[in-house]
Design a protein around this ligand. Structure first.
Ligand code: FES
Ligand SMILES: [Fe+2]
Length: 385
């Protein structure tokens, strides 16, 4: 958010605190519980969301130098992201063109990717540099057997990928500003490119991936579920919400916001008192937390709609002289709150969804981010419910 936007959001939050109100959705929203539990719905989401939409993959500081690479399985597709010698990030299916072994594992830095199975070698542009038995593969057109290209894009220090092969004549570039839409100006002001990576953690809770996203999309539960942990620091059930295409931005206030109230407008700085929670469609939550950025990315399990893979990463500002233990403490608080309070309850709720005893869940008007998220999923899937 730029300063003007931040002042406007701060004023809205102070108004809500005064009136004991919060931004509201137009109406109650009912969602079928099988949206969280049904295999057919999961298959539709894989195809229409995870294999079709641009997906946020992380900040640029995950792979800052030429040769840096990361690998991931995206809804069943093994992908490889590489920063080339020219500085550009490219994406490929991490599948050797000989017999399909992954050509890279984990993350790191490499000048070339040598397949572990029979040693075929690819460069950072995905070109097949050579095969290990020239006679056995005589006549093979190596120029036509590079790694399968996926579309990728990078701007504002943010990397996106589309997990589907680029077709003949199609661009391999993702226009990041077009993807971000109305949120582009917020991220331009936030300067994610100035945040180095601090830590990455992975967890695999027994709940649907949408549930993991839902966890972050309302402050209604904070005074209840987090009563003994983070609740004293936040104004519960009070927030602003702004939709931006299928993305959304929710802001909540820390109790410390009262320090800003008596100040004249030109002396006001809401930044230490507002948490901005961006929902990047479909599966990413970016939380601008006072002095750092926390990112949660949720991916469906390949088989089971009741499981997901979650990556939590924390990025700290490059210009901060805070000691390492400050960031480690923030990481611990985030993980402990979610792992010890949100997800254990969520796993019990997933059991309830799968039991078939109830048909639907209800999102209140005071949960506009949830309403927007699930409406956006329906519109992307082309389903009415
Ligand atoms: S599968 Fe990669 S070289 Fe054989
Ligand atoms: Fe929570």
């Amino acid at each position: 958010m730029d300063r003007n936007e931040q002042l406007a959001v701060g004023r809205r939050l102070l108004g809500h605190i005064d009136g004991r109100t919060t931004d509201l959705a137009d109406a109650l929203f009912r969602n079928r519980v099988d949206a969280y539990a049904c295999r057919e719905r999961a298959a539709r989401e894989r195809d229409a969301l995870f294999r079709s939409q641009p997906l946020f993959m992380g900040l640029s500081s995950r792979m800052p130098r030429p040769g840096d690479f990361i690998t991931e399985d995206v809804a069943g597709l093994p992908v490889l992201l590489v920063r080339g010698p020219d500085g550009a990030v490219r994406a490929f299916a991490n599948i050797c063109r000989h017999r399909g072994a992954p050509v890279a594992e984990g993350c790191g830095n490499a000048r070339a990717f040598v397949c572990p199975y029979h040693g075929w070698t690819y460069d950072a542009r995905g070109a097949l540099l050579g095969v290990t038995d020239k006679i056995g593969f005589g006549g093979l057109d190596t120029g036509a057997h590079g790694l399968v290209r996926l579309a990728a894009g990078e701007k504002h220090g943010m990397i996106f990928l589309r997990a589907t092969p680029v077709q003949e004549g199609e661009s391999a570039e993702i226009d990041v500003d077009a993807v971000l839409g109305a949120l582009a100006s917020d991220f331009e002001a936030l300067r994610p490119d100035t945040y180095p990576l601090h830590s990455v953690d992975r967890i695999t809770p027994r709940l649907n991936w949408k549930f993991a996203v839902d966890t972050f999309l309302e402050g209604y539960h904070i005074p209840h579920l987090h009563r003994k942990t983070i609740a004293p620091y936040f104004i519960g059930n009070c927030g602003t919400f702004d939709g931006a295409g299928r993305h959304g931005r929710m802001c909540v206030a820390r109790t410390s916001i009262e320090a800003v109230r008596p100040l004249p407008e030109d002396e006001r700085n809401f930044q230490p008192h507002i948490i901005a929670i961006y929902q990047l469609f479909p599966n990413t939550i970016v939380i601008w937390q006072v002095d750092h950025i926390e990112i949660w990315r949720a991916f469906p399990d390949r088989e089971d709609p009741g499981r997901c893979d979650i990556e939590f990463s924390l990025y700290r500002p490059a210009d901060s002289d805070r000691p390492e233990k400050h960031w480690a403490k923030n990481r611990d608080i985030a993980i402990r709150t979610v792992m010890e309070e949100d997800f254990p309850l969520g796993e019990r709720m997933q059991v309830g969804f799968e039991s078939g005893a109830t048909a639907e869940v209800i999102y209140g008007r005071n949960e506009p981010s949830l309403v927007h998220f699930h409406s956006s999923i329906r519109s992307a899937l082309g389903v009415a419910a």
